[in-house]
Ligand binder design. Sequence first.
Ligand code: HEM
Length: 417
Amino acid sequence: VKERIVQDKGLDHTLKLLEEGYLFIKNRTDRYHCNMFETHIMGEKAICLSGEEACKIFYDEELFQRKGAMPMRIQKTLFGVNAIQGMDNEAHTQRKLFFMSLMTDVHQKELSKLFEKEMEAAAERWVSQDQIELFREAKNIICKVSCLWTAVPFQESEVEDRADDFCSMIDGIGGVGPRYWKGKTARNRTEEWISGIIEEVRQGKLSVKEDSALNLIAFHREPDGNLMELQMAAKELINIIRPIVAISTYITFTALAIYEHPQCREDLLHNDDNYYEMFVQEVRRYYPFTPFVGARVHKDFVWDQYEFKKGVLVLLDVYGMNHDPVIWGDPDRFRPERFQEQKDRTYSFIPQGGGDPAKGHRCPGEGITIEIMKAGLNFLVNKIDFVVPEQDLSYSLSRIPTLPKSGFIMKQIKKTG
Ligand code: HEM
């Protein structure tokens, strides 16, 4: 067993994490030429890991647990207190299989069809507008689509505020002060809204499609035979709608990718499903979204000659792995063709977590994300024509989560398809 692991110099690195954002772990694994180091954040020791082998360990359910891993401030904004992200073992598997049953291929197609229809309708409006901001439009459209798909009733006039609340929950994670409070308020308001709707469904006052997420969550029974507690049912339905709304970030980065990488233009015009898939995979790799994921050591074990002690916090570097030269060769080039090579990327390409989603915590919404992104890409390339005016398209790697600053402004929009 190693005497010492690489230590991040200094007492507490919370401020450095806030300053360096997405690059916090990678700056250090690069500096110390290692895939593992020890640091201190938010008053406790944390081991940071990167690389495919480390990822295999991190997703070993016997070695790591999620209970107690997520800071309360993140549960109160992003995830919901005690929801699926913090569950372990049999209870987690049961809940996860239920989530996955809501996201079959048929469900995915249904959702992307709804998305296409709403994008077409939006384009009708855009042609008569001076300019639009893609992020703002996309979050509203996807929020609406996501409510339609899950069968959550809404008024057209409330869509923008609801969409903003879902976005604030996500934005709250990297913020202190006002951003955190905004996220928390948004979560409270949304939980109240959604639990009211679930209650109406349970009481028979509102009847919705039998196989909709709303109906299935409202009447889902826990392993003990009881209905899910109302507040928990609301959190889990939000755990479906909120991340779908978050795909608007990837739609915006997709537009940026088309714009920043004109060398891909020719291939995109051939409209080949295979190339579109590779392109969106490359967007998920190249552009920042999830910075890292966290877990706690479940039982003592030794890996790479280092002794992991029960209870210690461990962070796996998602952003860093997406830009790791060992995994990608030329990580800073945007090159969709790299995905042509068929290989097992279960533990090496992890923009939405690694391992087997049915067994561990990997995101169950990757299929949905890829379908919506492909539909968005097709729309931007084949359905409309537009001009990208002068604007600030830069995105900060020190802000978590991030986005092109201008939100991607488009002008002189014409329908072409
Ligand atoms: C979990 C990212 C879209 C539902 C996760 C995790 C990440 C992630 C990093 C955690 C992995 C881990 O803890 O090991 C993303 C990103 C998305 C996205 C970047 C793109 C916008 C979606 C969609 C849905 C979804 C569309 C649902 C329709 C969930 C759920 C979990 C999860 C329920 C918790 C799974 C568990 O704890 O077992 N996601 N996700 N996500 N995601 Fe996503």
